[in-house]
Design a protein. Structure first.
Length: 123
């Protein structure tokens, strides 16, 4: 397993990717998001390296994660928008929630969405 880091344009957020190969040479990029200055872990999917994600760095400290799970087939994609400045995140078009809830809520919401055929249930 290889590790690759990416840093946000504002230098505030670091993502360390645990990269492994899945079936048919698919690359799985499992993220751990930290505060670049303090090293505090903000969100971590390394507990199951079948999580796969991509990041889009946006303006004003925003980042968008697109998350899927390799074992589920990668069909379901959960969109997560993170606002580091405000300390909040939201899934799909749902309500903004405190950033420290992200670790508990994102995997659960993903599996609800995957089980419902693609529609995010509120909860």
């Amino acid at each position: 397993m290889a590790m690759v880091e990416s840093l946000s344009p504002d230098g505030r957020t670091r993502i360390t990717w645990a990269i492994s190969e899945g079936r048919m040479s698919h690359e799985i990029r499992c993220p751990r998001i930290t505060d670049a200055q303090s090293g505090e872990i903000l969100f971590d999917l390394w507990m199951d390296t079948s999580w796969d994600a991509s990041v889009q760095w946006l303006e004003n400290g925003l980042l968008r994660l697109s998350i899927r799970h390799y074992a589920e087939g990668g069909v379901t994609m959960l969109d997560v928008l993170v606002d580091r400045g405000a300390g909040v995140f939201r899934m799909e078009n749902g309500p903004w929630r405190p950033l420290n809830w992200m670790q508990g809520e994102v995997p659960e919401a993903y599996w609800r969405k995957a089980g419902s055929g693609g529609g995010l249930q509120s909860g």
